[in-house]
Design a protein around this ligand. Structure first.
Ligand SMILES: Cc1cc2nc3c(=O)[nH]c(=O)nc-3n(C[C@H](O)[C@H](O)[C@H](O)COP(=O)(O)O)c2cc1C
Length: 369
C-alpha cells in the first residue's frame, strides 16, 4: 500500500485517528457508500463543506464487479468522477461488491484509471439480490472465504484496501465472532476496517453498538473505523476521543447536514473554513442549520446539473432520493420531499426549493432516535 505523498503532511492540530494517519490520512472522517446517493454530484457538494487543508475520504455507492468490466468510465453514471478525483487530489474510494477473481481483477484494472485513493469491499449489504450471489453481509458467514476475497483485491492494487462490514450477520453482534472475522481480514491483507455496528436484522434502525467497535479496535493491528448512528458532530468527536477508534464514517446524517464535516473539523480544533466561507464558523443553531440546508440543496442541484446534464430525469430522481433520505430529520420532511417530486426540470427544481425556503419554516431535529 502506498500513501499519497501530499496527504502525509503534518495536520498541525492534535487530530485523533491514530492508525489512519499511518495510511497518510489527515482527516479521519469519512462519508459512507450509499446507493443512489454517493454519486459524483453528492461527493462534490460535500467537499464544498470540507475545511481548507482537510480532504475527507468519500465512498462511491457499491459497484457490482460483475458489471464493471463491461461498463464505460465516460458514460456509466456511477463511475463519473470530479476532475479533482481523477487527478488524485480529492480522495474517493470505490466500494466493490463481489467475490470472484474473474470479475474483481478486471474491475480494479478499469477503476484504477480513475485514481481512487483506495478500494473497499462490501461485506455488509443485506439486500436479497446481493445475498443470492454470496456477496455483502453473506461474506461475514465464513472468515476464511472472506479473507480470500480480501487477498484477491490486495493482489490487484498497491492502494489501501478496506472492508466495510456489520457488527453481526445474525441477530446479535457477537464480539468473539467479530474478533475472529476481523483477524482473518487483517491476515488477508486489509489495511483498515469499517464496522457498521448494527446487525443485519437491524437494517439501519436502532442504536449502533460503538462499544463493540471499540473492543475490536483494541484487538486489531489495522485501523478500525466506526459507522452507524453518527448523527451529530458531538457523536463523531465522542467516538473518536472516548471509544479509541481510528476514524468515523458518517452516512445518512451527511444527507441532512453535509456541513457536519466542517463542524467536526472545527470541534477537533481545525481553524480553517471551507473555500469561499473564510472567516465564518460552521452553522450550529437550529436557524443557521435550517438555512444552510437550502444552500446545500442548491449546491447539489448545481452539481447535478454539471455532472448529469445529459440525463436530466436521472438528476431529478437523484435529488429526490437525497431529499427522502434526509427528510426524517425534518419536521414536515415528507412535505418537503413531496415538493421535490413535482420538479419537471433542474431549473424548476431550483425554483421549487427557493420557494419552499422562502415560505416555510424547516426546523431540523438534532437526532431521530
Ligand atoms: C440509501 C442507503 C444506501 C446505502 N448503500 C450502501 C452501500 O452501497 N454500501 C454499503 O456498504 N452501505 C450502504 N448503506 C449503509 C450505510 O453506508 C451505513 O452503513 C448505514 O446507513 C449506517 O450508518 P448511519 O446510521 O450513519 O446512516 C446504505 C444506506 C442507505 C441509507
Amino acid at each position: 500500500m502506498t500513501p499519497t505523498p501530499e496527504s502525509t503532511l503534518n495536520v498541525g492540530v492534535d487530530m485523533p485517528g491514530g492508525r489512519m494517519a499511518s495510511l497518510g490520512v489527515r482527516f479521519p472522517v469519512m462519508v459512507a457508500p450509499m446507493v443512489g446517493i454517493s454519486h459524483v454530484a453528492f461527493r462534490a457538494m460535500l467537499r464544498r463543506y470540507a475545511p481548507k487543508g482537510l480532504d475527507p475520504i468519500i465512498f462511491t455507492e457499491m459497484l457490482s464487479t460483475r458489471r464493471l468490466p463491461s461498463e464505460r468510465l465516460e458514460t456509466t453514471a456511477e463511475l463519473r468522477c470530479t476532475e479533482g478525483e481523477k487527478s488524485g487530489a480529492e480522495l474517493f474510494v470505490p466500494q466493490l461488491l463481489g467475490n470472484e477473481e474473474r470479475f474483481i481483477t478486471p474491475s480494479i484494472a478499469k477503476l484504477s484509471a480513475l485514481r481512487p485513493w483506495g478500494y473497499d469491499i462490501n461485506m455488509g449489504c443485506p439486500a436479497t439480490h446481493v445475498l443470492k450471489h454470496n456477496w455483502g453481509v453473506r461474506l461475514m458467514g465464513e472468515p476464511k472465504y472472506a479473507a480470500d476475497v480480501v487477498r484477491l483485491v490486495r493482489a490487484c492494487t498497491d492502494r489501501p484496501v478496506s472492508v466495510k462490514m456489520r457488527g453481526g450477520s445474525d441477530k446479535i453482534c457477537d464480539l468473539n465472532y467479530l474478533d475472529e472475522f476481523t483477524q482473518a481480514l487483517e491476515e488477508g491483507g486489509a489495511d483498515w476496517l469499517t464496522i457498521h455496528a448494527r446487525t443485519r436484522e437491524q437494517g439501519h434502525e436502532g442504536r449502533a453498538d460503538w462499544q463493540l467497535v471499540s473492543e475490536i479496535a483494541k484487538r486489531r493491528k489495522v485501523a478500525v473505523v466506526a459507522n452507524g448512528d453518527i448523527q451529530t458532530s458531538a457523536d463523531a468527536v465522542s467516538i473518536l476521543r472516548d471509544f479509541g477508534v481510528d476514524g468515523v464514517m458518517v452516512a445518512r446524517a451527511a444527507t441532512v447536514r453535509p456541513w457536519i464535516l466542517w463542524q467536526i473539523a472545527e470541534d477537533l480544533g481545525w481553524q480553517e473554513s471551507p473555500m469561499g466561507r473564510e472567516g465564518e464558523r460552521a452553522p450550529r443553531s437550529r436557524a443557521e442549520e435550517s438555512a444552510e440546508f437550502f444552500r446545500a440543496c442548491l449546491f447539489l442541484i448545481d452539481e447535478l446539473d454539471h455532472h448529469f446534464n445529459d440525463r436530466p430525469e436521472d438528476a431529478l430522481k437523484k435529488f429526490s432520493f437525497f431529499a427522502a433520505t434526509g427528510s426524517r430529520w425534518f419536521m414536515f420532511g415528507h412535505a418537503f420531499w413531496a415538493v421535490t417530486k413535482k420538479a419537471k426540470s433542474i431549473g424548476h427544481l431550483r425554483e421549487l426549493i427557493e420557494d419552499y425556503r422562502d415560505r416555510f419554516d424547516h426546523p431540523l431535529k438534532e437526532r431521530i432516535i
